[in-house]
Design a protein around this ligand. Structure first.
Ligand SMILES: [Zn+2]
Length: 266
């Protein structure tokens, strides 16, 4: 039996039976993995902390044929990022990031560079808020290849330098002409709201994209993120997120409600 050492972030935990849990983790060398943690439900289990999102740990695992999965045998907690957990909005954002990554990362697809960027991002942000969430989501989806280049209409291939259209919950970038034709001829699309994204958004988006830097994403470009751009970025990203997994979109909406309630002091 071979044992492997891995460094990982905990993402989500689910109970399988009694004290046996699945822990979804994002590991540095093996991408997303589903680990089996035996005894987690017991009061003094060393795995207890892994029920929290974004615990950075070193772990020992082995591949078990009997239990058909990776068994976690030991862990060493490296960082719990307490400063983020002491702030209510940051803590909820961490939980959301964990759910989000759990949906967008493919099982066992190694992406060490992205792991390191995520670690830098978590380390370098003293607080998390809606702006950091959106920029992190944008850079993540871009890094993982979910986002198209905002250059041409995906229907007729003509350039869209001054703006483009998207149907709500669709991921296609369309020119004005194609958006109108599709709306006229497709009954399903007629019911959907069309969103327009102007040249200012394209420019802002490309600047953000060019940075390719999760670490700084809450500092520089985000300053330019006025409320109109923020709302546009949110609408744009939600189209992709809802297509990756509806539950992820629902969790985002829940997070926004929490942030709003918290701000109003409810
Ligand atoms: Zn077109």
């Amino acid at each position: 039996m071979s044992y492997y050492k891995i460094v990982f972030f905990s993402l989500t935990a689910e109970k399988i039976q009694d004290t046996k849990y699945f822990i979804n983790v994002f590991s540095r060398t093996n991408g997303k993995l589903k680990l089996i943690a035996n005894g987690l439900g017991k009061p003094k289990s060393r795995f207890t902390k892994l029920q929290l999102p974004f615990i950075l740990a070193k772990g020992m695992i082995y591949n078990s044929r009997e239990q058909s999965g990776f068994i976690l045998t030991d862990i060493d907690i490296i960082n719990t990022f307490e400063y983020l957990r002491s702030d209510f909005v940051s803590l909820n954002s961490l939980s959301y990031f964990a759910i989000f990554l759990n949906y967008v990362l493919a099982e066992r697809l190694k992406n060490t560079a992205f792991f390191d960027k995520t670690l830098e991002f978590i380390k370098n942000n003293a607080i998390l808020n809606l702006k950091t969430i959106l920029s992190y989501e944008m850079l993540t989806l871009d890094e993982l290849g979910y986002l198209p280049k905002l250059e041409t209409c995906q229907n007729c291939k003509s350039a869209v330098p001054d703006g483009f259209y998207m149907f709500n919950f669709d991921t296609e970038i369309l020119c004005k002409n194609c958006a109108e034709i599709i709306k006229k001829n497709n009954v399903e699309q007629t019911k959907k709201k069309t969103n327009y994204f102007d040249g200012e958004f394209i420019q802002f988006y490309k600047e953000l994209q060019a940075k390719k830097n999760l670490k700084n994403c809450c500092e520089l470009d985000i300053e330019k993120l006025n409320n109109i751009l923020l709302k546009k970025l949110e609408n744009y990203l939600n189209n992709f997120i809802i297509n990756i997994h509806k539950k992820c979109y629902d969790d985002y909406i829940a997070l926004k409600k929490i942030i709003r309630a918290y701000k109003n002091g409810d």
